[in-house]
Ligand binder design. Structure first.
Ligand code: HEC
Ligand code: HEC
Ligand code: HEC
Length: 456
């Protein structure tokens, strides 16, 4: 009974407000959009589709509310829908006019809903069946997404036919400041950065183990078991923020953390700086690389970040495929990539297949129930930083480069093998139970992402 009421209310809320508002003459935004100078015909077509079928829920502040929206419950439900919709994708006038650009993440999410036929929402289509996207419209949007991706610098290296893919190859060659990289490398491996001179960054981010410790959770000084799994340092420079919960804005800020964390390296920064100053080779190197500043906490973390920037793992078999070597992948690996594109690439997108957003762990099913065991503080994810309920169980999407080496998986390190991790992702993020054949194909694809490392 309750369910029916809610359904009714929902269809009133999302279903009715458009036609009513149109009848009441409140509309005015579904007019043709002038073609912006310099934009493609495709872009013009696509913005018109958005304008007609999507903006009402995806444009905060622009929405026309019908009269009954003043009924308390309908109002709340509608506001919630619009808030939820625009938190995931905001279609603003700036985007139409070309003043702002669609980010790779927005394109990935758009592609995701087209592949899953999930937008506009089914409930809404009950009342607005004419607003369903036609096959032609879907093609237009998909073609435009590929066109947009083709413009990104990251895809310039891809073969012509693959420039519109959600994943781009890592650059084969990049220029780094060699002296800073060498200095950062030495610091990364130096146990003087820990309170009792036993641990270096490399203790938990072993470059021969995919940049991780391959352990469920990290072990800090004096054998302390940490609360969370060590992510890889390889390709970490591509992350939009650092840590599972994004609490550091970049690599330099991140590097200051573990040194002073009592559960990790357990040191005091001023003591670390004093210890390093006693080392002759550091004196020389810092004088050379940081002539003005010398050896300080800031220059130490800057050098480490500079080193980490060089930890890119190019030329994986998948990258060779993207560059045009079509025969390098097996049929199973290609089939796995096709499954990945439909089920995973709305979150795992870009050159590192992740690192661009926070996403909920457990979109379709409660991951933590499935896992069992008590909830820990780190399970809160992004909530621990923002203290907003909407961020509970949200984590930075991990990069999937070299994923076959960076086991065990997830922030809690609870899953030892890749096939199980893939099955759990299918279940909790997409509500799908992959067959073992599908799972194996996705795993085969993921293993093509192992790139070259320069072990130093
Ligand atoms: C009736 C309101 C409504 C309309 C109309 C609508 N959406 Fe949505 N959309 C939502 C809501 C609500 C969400 C958030 C779903 C959630 O968070 O569970 C959403 C989420 C999305 C997302 C994010 C998916 C993700 O990865 O989380 C995309 C992309 C999207 N919509 C695209 C579209 C497009 C394209 C159209 C037009 C064809 C459209 N929407 C029309 C309500 C709407
Ligand atoms: C005791 C083990 C340990 C040591 C030592 C350690 N780390 Fe970490 N590192 C971790 C863990 C665990 C995390 C994840 C913590 C979190 O997200 O809350 C992490 C996160 C990171 C990240 C973020 C990666 C991402 O994807 O978000 C980078 C980069 C990193 N560490 C670099 C370093 C550097 C540089 C040092 C040395 C200054 C260092 N780590 C020392 C265990 C360690
Ligand atoms: C809604 C966004 C989303 C979708 C869709 C998604 N993932 Fe994830 N993925 C995440 C997040 C967030 C995490 C980290 C969760 C955690 O550690 O608790 C993650 C973690 C992973 C990990 C573990 C990485 C590591 O280093 O521990 C793998 C492997 C993975 N995903 C593969 C996939 C595959 C394969 C698919 C498609 C079947 C998929 N994901 C779909 C968001 C997503």
């Amino acid at each position: 009974m309750k369910k029916i009421h809610l359904l009714l209310l929902l269809s009133v809320s999302v279903g009715l407000f458009l036609p009513l508002s149109n009848m009441l003459g409140l509309s005015g935004e579904n007019e043709p959009i002038p073609v912006v100078a310099g934009s493609s015909q495709r872009f013009a077509t696509v913005t018109q589709i958005f304008q007609n079928k999507c903006v009402d829920c995806h444009s905060p502040g622009m929405t026309r509310m019908p009269i009954y929206a003043d009924l308390p419950i309908a109002k709340q439900l509608m506001a919630k829908d619009i808030e939820k919709a625009s938190a995931r994708l905001t279609l603003s006038k700036q985007l139409y006019s070309g003043a702002a650009s669609f980010t790779p993440l927005m394109l990935a999410r758009l592609e995701g809903v087209l592949q899953n036929n999930s937008m506009p929402p089914a409930l809404y289509l009950l009342m607005h069946w004419t607003d369903d996207l036609t096959a032609d419209e879907k093609q237009s949007i998909l073609g435009w997404i590929a066109e947009e991706r083709g413009k990104s610098p990251a895809s310039q290296d891809s073969a012509k036919a693959l420039k519109g893919e959600p994943v781009q190859p890592l650059p084969l060659k990049q220029d780094f400041d060699a002296k800073k990289v060498a200095l950062g490398h030495a610091l990364f491996n130096d146990t003087l950065l820990s309170g009792d001179n036993t641990l270096s960054c490399a203790s938990c981010h072993n470059l021969a183990k995919g940049g991780t410790d391959q352990a469920k959770v990290a072990t800090g000084i004096r054998g302390q078991q940490g609360p969370i799994n060590s992510p890889t340092v390889y390709n970490a420079s591509y992350n939009f923020v650092q840590f599972w919960d994004g609490r550091a804005k970049d690599l330099q800020e991140q590097a200051a953390g573990p040194v002073a964390n009592p559960g990790e390296m357990g040191a005091q920064w001023d003591e670390v700086v004093e210890k390093l100053k006693q080392v002759e080779s550091y004196k020389t190197a810092f004088a050379e690389v940081y002539a003005d500043q010398g050896l300080t906490k800031t220059t130490v973390t800057d050098a480490i970040a500079g080193f980490e920037q060089s930890l890119v793992t190019p030329n994986s078999r998948f990258d060779q495929y993207l560059r045009g070597n079509n025969d390098i992948l097996t049929a199973n690996e290609k089939a796995g990539y096709d499954l990945f594109k439909v089920n995973c690439a709305s979150c795992h997108v870009g050159p590192t297949l992740g690192g661009l957003s926070f996403e909920k762990m457990g979109v379709k099913q409660d991951y933590f129930k499935l896992r069992g065991g008590p909830l820990t503080e780190v399970d809160n994810g992004r909530f621990n930083v923002s203290h907003q309920e909407k961020d509970r169980h949200f984590f930075k999407v991990p990069v999937l480069r070299n994923i076959e080496l960076t086991y065990p998986y997830f922030h809690d390190g609870s899953v030892a093998d890749l096939a199980t991790a893939v099955q759990i992702m299918g279940k909790v993020q997409q509500g799908k139970n992959f067959t073992s054949d599908e799972t194996n194909k996705i795993v085969d694809f993921l293993k093509t992402l192992t790139g070259e490392t320069q072990l130093r």
